[in-house]
Design a protein around this ligand. Sequence first.
Ligand code: FNR
Length: 362
Amino acid sequence: MVLITNVSDYEELAKQKLPKMVYDFYAGGAEDQWTLKQNREAFSRILFRPRVLIDVSHIDMSTSILGYKISMPIMVAPTALHKLAHEEGEVASARAAAAAGTIMTLSSWSSCSIEEVNSCGPGIHFFQLSVFKDRDIVQQLVRRAENAGYKAIAVTVDAPRLGRREADLRNRFKVPENVVFKCFEGLDLSDIDKTNASRLAAYVASQIDSSLSGKDIEWLQTITRLPILVKGVITAEDARIAIECGVAGIIMSNHGGRQLDYLPATISCLEEVVREANGRVPVFLDSGIRRGTDVFKALALGASGVFIGRPILFALAVDGEAGVRTALQMLRDELEIAMALSGCMSLKEITRDHVSTEGDRL
Ligand code: FNR
């Protein structure tokens, strides 16, 4: 039996275990997958500037996100269809996130319902919202999330159209009949055959509103008391617009390299956005985080926390809830060691001086 020592081991095992079509759907990026690769490579170009001779006998990784105390600055990103990985789907991921003392974000494209996930046990949940042309559907999703007890809405803004993921095209990716898009249950979706997951997915994808703008973000704030995060900003210009619209935070993301190819890694754009935010709202980051050292680097460059996508899916595929717990624990252990070896007892002590970027070394 292979001893799993880091989250990438889960990807290897999941590749062996999952049907090729599902593995490729989870793992793949858009077109040439340049951004997908950059998401890893960019982290390897950031080096440590550790401090020693500092008491690191007690490390505190806890933090507060939108007023909610969590045990570490590592959260679960919204990803579609967890039931393709494991029969318990998002419920297993949510339980594992809660056990790790962190936040789980449920996708609009989930295979367990909004209500099921929030009632599966204790835990802090955010809801990722895809904005559809039909605003009644948007209102219903937001109301359900609010009523079920979700704590924030993360509006995805980098997907007015779906990126071209060529592996899915080659595999003729289809959602198996036994997996259902639960968040769309109970919604009035005209006369679409809701039992045919692939047809439903194609229909709902065609209903994504590609005219989404700052006005819609302002409107969303009028229909909910939940804080709104925007997910998918990578420039200072868009950060400024989002902040002017009143958002509670920014999630920097390139969708894990699945949308526009030849975007830089988010970690390479982080300082630009943090500078623009200037402490007015927290800036979070996802895309390519696979190590505790990556988390440390993101915090050093100004992120308030990070979200993890694919490692959760692969760990879920290999060992269900226990797999996701272990993946989160491994990232936590790695971050703890990175902090200890850099001379940081708490997240507040992680500073820009603890890392050097390529720019610094010129
Ligand atoms: C995603 N992502 C995503 N984002 C979103 O806002 N709504 C969604 O439904 C999905 N679905 C989804 C499915 C799959 C299979 C993947 C891999 C990703 C993007 C996700 O939230 C996150 O931005 C990336 O996964 C982060 O990159 P890493 O951690 O996977 O490298």
